[in-house]
Design a protein around this ligand. Sequence first.
Ligand SMILES: [Zn+2]
Ligand SMILES: [Zn+2]
Length: 156
Amino acid sequence: MLISFDCPKCLKMTRGEDASQVVHCKSCGWTRQTTSNSAKDESLCSCLVCGCNDLWRQKDFDQRLGVLIVGIGILLSTVAVAYMMPGVAMIILMVFGMADWVLYGILPDRLVCYRCHAQYRKVPNLEKTGVFDLEVNERYRQEAIRLKQKETSSPS
Ligand SMILES: [Zn+2]
Ligand SMILES: [Zn+2]
C-alpha cells in the first residue's frame, strides 16, 4: 500500500511512500506506526496519518489529463470541420471520448481521508469503502473550521 499525505508536523507533502509498517515523512522524519488491523490484506478502515475512521473511494485519475484528452479531441474535430470534413470530426470526437472512458475504466481506485486528505493507493479490498459523501465531508470541513477558530481565539 502506498500513501501520499501532508505531514502533520512540517506540513510538507510526501508522495507514494510504502505504508505497510510505518508512515514516514521524508522531509522531517515524522513517523507513525501503522496498527496491525489496518495493514496487510485487510482493507483500510482508518486513516494511517490522523486515525480518522472515514475514508472515501475515488478513481486514481488525474482530472487534468482527462480535460487534456477531451480538449485535444475537440481541437482536432474543429480542424476537421474547418476543412469541411464533418464525418471525420465526428469520428475524432468519438475516438477521444472512448479513450477517456476506457482510461477511466481501467484505472484503479484510491482511498482518501476526509479529515487530512491523505491518499492511499494499492489498497486491498477497497471496494468496501463508500464513494464520496458530501454530508460527511461537510462535517469534517466544519470541524476543521472550528479547530482553526479555537486556535486563533484561544488566549495564550
Ligand atoms: Zn514532516
Ligand atoms: Zn487522515
